[in-house]
Design a protein around this ligand. Structure first.
Ligand code: KG4
Ligand code: ZN
Length: 341
């Protein structure tokens, strides 16, 4: 077969994403998001997300096919996020993908959302050297992954024991009066701020925690520390220096993320570190990781910001990799699995 033509469907959270790739070439990346509707509630409401996916699914598939200039019947595979994610939201994508597959006979691949966040890098930077360490940081996950084989052997070395990194960004943004989702607003505010303004805590970083939680993260203590700091300032009648608090908070998050990811690479003798997930769009994380990876002699890769946040192209990229690797398609009865790891 020439380079496989694959469509990917992503509905694990609030983005209805449909991407189409040929091999590692991106042909279409159509996205409909319910984020504006969600912003009214200050967070993701699962029911709102599921309903929005239902409404957006078919038009977004059509738009992706039009953008790519291909027909459904031309596809060699359909990939869909089977988990992890919001159960009701996943079911919409999985149900739609099954329907397209049954109607056309095109092989179907149920894939892992986290592996898809890693696979998207192939669209920009080509095949991923394996093994690689993946630092996957989003609104739902903060994990350090060992990618031995993207088509099969991907395991977690560590994860957040409480809030995900993106969740911490969103919660701190809320404390600072910034809109939802807060990550991009903190990133922007921090560019005008002083990173050393407050020395916020680095979770699970002292020697004792490092023993038990070597590659794990914790961000709830950091969020609480920011909340207490703001309360104390307000109690004293001081204005909150939003840019400085954003910069100092962001520094604390990026510091632990990059340190632990590079430690994992070093201790596993792995030469490549990949960043993925919505928080990997963060400009400070990219800059700090670039600097520290260079110092450690590690090869760092990350895709452009638009491909870091949830999209269908990442699912198509993983699907294309699976087709090329000769992986077996999924059985039609596979479930949406909200807690898949
Ligand atoms: O990967 P993603 O789109 O969805 C999930 O799977 O969760 O990630 C969304 C998360 C949100 O928490 C958002 O605030 C965060 O990624 N995010 C950022 C930035 N852009 C998005 N966090 C920090 N800096 C950014 N530039
Ligand atoms: Zn994601």
């Amino acid at each position: 077969m020439s380079e496989p033509l694959v469509m990917g469907i992503e509905t694990s959270c609030d983005e209805t994403g449909v991407g189409i790739v040929r091999g590692t070439e991106l042909l279409a990346d159509a996205i409909a998001s319910s984020v504006e509707e969600q912003a009214r509630f200050g967070g993701i409401v699962p029911e709102v997300a599921s309903r929005a996916h239902l409404e957006a699914m078919v038009p977004t598939v059509q738009r992706a096919l039009d953008d790519a200039g291909v027909r459904l019947a031309d596809l060699d595979g359909i990939a869909v996020t089977a988990g992890p994610g919001l159960a009701g939201a996943l079911m919409v994508g999985v149900g739609a993908a099954k329907a397209y597959s049954i109607a056309t006979g095109i092989p179907l691949y149920g894939v892992n959302h986290l592996s898809a966040h890693i696979a998207v890098d192939t669209l920009e930077n080509g095949p991923i050297p394996q093994p690689a360490i993946g630092l996957l940081v989003s609104g739902g996950h903060s994990t350090i992954m060992m990618v031995e084989d993207l088509a099969g052997k991907v395991s977690q070395l560590g994860a957040s024991i409480d809030d995900a990194a993106g969740e911490a960004f969103d919660k701190v943004a809320r404390l600072l009066g910034l809109p939802f989702p807060g990550g991009p607003y903190i990133d922007k505010a921090a560019q005008e701020g002083d990173r050393t303004y407050v020395d916020f805590p680095r979770g699970l970083s002292n020697a004792k925690d490092q023993e038990k939680h070597r590659y794990d993260f914790s961000f709830s203590g950091l969020k609480t520390a920011v909340a207490r700091w703001i309360e104390n300032q307000q109690a004293e009648g001081n204005n909150i220096p939003v840019n400085d608090v954003a910069a100092a908070f962001q520094e604390a998050v990026c510091d632990v993320l990059t340190k632990k990811a590079l430690l994992a690479a070093k201790e596993h003798g792995v030469e490549t570190l990949l960043l993925g997930g919505g928080v990997a769009a963060n400009s400070r994380l990219r800059a700090m990781a670039t600097e520290r990876a260079a110092q450690a002699g590690i090869n760092l890769r990350y895709p452009r910001p638009k491909l870091c946040t949830d999209n269908g192209a990442m699912v198509a990229a993983l699907g294309s990799h699976l087709v090329a690797a000769g992986a077996s398609p999924s059985e039609l009865h596979f479930p949406a699995n909200s807690s898949m790891d």
